[in-house]
Design a protein around this ligand. Structure first.
Ligand SMILES: Cc1cc2nc3c(=O)[nH]c(=O)nc-3n(C[C@H](O)[C@H](O)[C@H](O)COP(=O)(O)O)c2cc1C
Length: 178
């Protein structure tokens, strides 16, 4: 599953993981960013929650994924993912499509004209049309415990019991491709 050869590091510029913190947070919370996984099928979806944090002396990308997502199966079985962010580009249409259709039913790369470029450090691909990328290896995952959750949030976000799993991905690389 998910076996690919690595292609080397041509045309990438490594940057500190927190250099674009403001831009990442802005795109995440206002538009959404691409969370890409591998498995039986490569797939990408959109996240609007989570973000960059720091645990166990490591930079971490925390991504919350509901059980119902096709992405959940991929990430839970392979323990790798990438996050791709368009810095100077409007990718509204692709974000809307990838944030509403499931990889169970469609090939989102094909439908949106997105290029899955092989990851350089993990088996999950990055999105070729984005310019900033994080490659991550899951070091901890956490299911939500409903009894510990604020009632208002439970009623507003989890009426159908489709809870998030929090995947903590150690950022093994952060780089620009344009
Ligand atoms: C702006 C935006 C933000 C989203 N944020 C999340 C999120 O943080 N976690 C999540 O599980 N789904 C989120 N979604 C929904 C998924 O992207 C969507 O259900 C997607 O179709 C799942 O694809 P999959 O079944 O191929 O994994 C978001 C969607 C949009 C449009």
């Amino acid at each position: 599953m998910c076996e690919k050869s690595f292609t080397g590091e041509n045309n990438v510029k490594h940057v500190p993981y927190d250099l674009y913190l403001k831009e990442v947070t802005e795109q995440l919370t206002h538009k959404g960013i691409f969370l890409t996984t591998c498995g039986e099928k490569d797939n990408t979806m959109i996240i609007g929650w989570g973000g960059i944090t720091y645990f166990w002396n490591k930079p971490i990308f925390l991504v919350p994924v509901r059980y119902s997502r096709y992405t959940w199966q991929n990430i839970n079985s392979t323990n790798v993912f990438t996050v791709s962010i368009p810095l100077n580009k409007d990718m509204k249409e692709a974000i809307n499509y990838c944030g509403t259709k499931s990889g169970r039913d469609v090939d989102k790369f094909k439908e949106c004209g997105l290029t899955p470029v092989p990851g350089k450090f993990v088996q999950a691909p990055i999105i070729g049309e984005c310019s900033l990328h994080y490659e991550c290896r899951v070091v901890f995952k956490q299911s939500m415990e409903p009894v510990l959750l604020d009632e208002k949030i439970k009623n507003s976000s989890y009426r159908n019991n489709d809870y998030h799993t929090m995947f903590y991905g150690e950022i093994v690389a952060c780089y620009l491709t344009e």
